[in-house]
Write a protein that binds this ligand. Sequence first.
Ligand SMILES: [Zn+2]
Length: 167
Amino acid sequence: MEHGVTAGVFMKKFDVSVPRKMFWSNDVGGTGFCPLCQGRLEQESHSYLLIIRESRDIQSFIVGNDRGHFCERCPVVVLDYETFEQSALAGNPSSRSFEFTVPGIVDLDAIPEENADIPIGDDDNPIPLVRFANYRDGEPVKKKRKRGKISKAHRKRKSNRRAKSSR
Ligand SMILES: [Zn+2]
């Protein structure tokens, strides 16, 4: 039987409720080995909170992908920078430059079943964010200059779910 869409049916190998240190792939030379213990990294599909800041406008999105590389031996995840950069570009409507950051993993399994129909980020269904152990509010976020315009069609195709700001 297929249970693909129901949250919590499949056990993930990596328990996201454990706070992890996060590193960007381009800062640690790739996604092959853990920057702290040199253990092997393994990809697993999870959801992340992505915060985009354009001048004074801050938006947050939940993005799901399998480009988080988890250490088998210690609480570390290495995120593929380009994947998140692309998600940030896709969520960025207009400005020439913007910043983005990922403060943590969204623990979808922590959402009560009765909240399944309530948008994540709603007052009645707060985002179950597990902050990265090395994330601090106010730390400089990644900067990126936008290379070109993103067509409307492209933006529509993205499956990024809009979430209300967690601030
Ligand atoms: Zn490790």
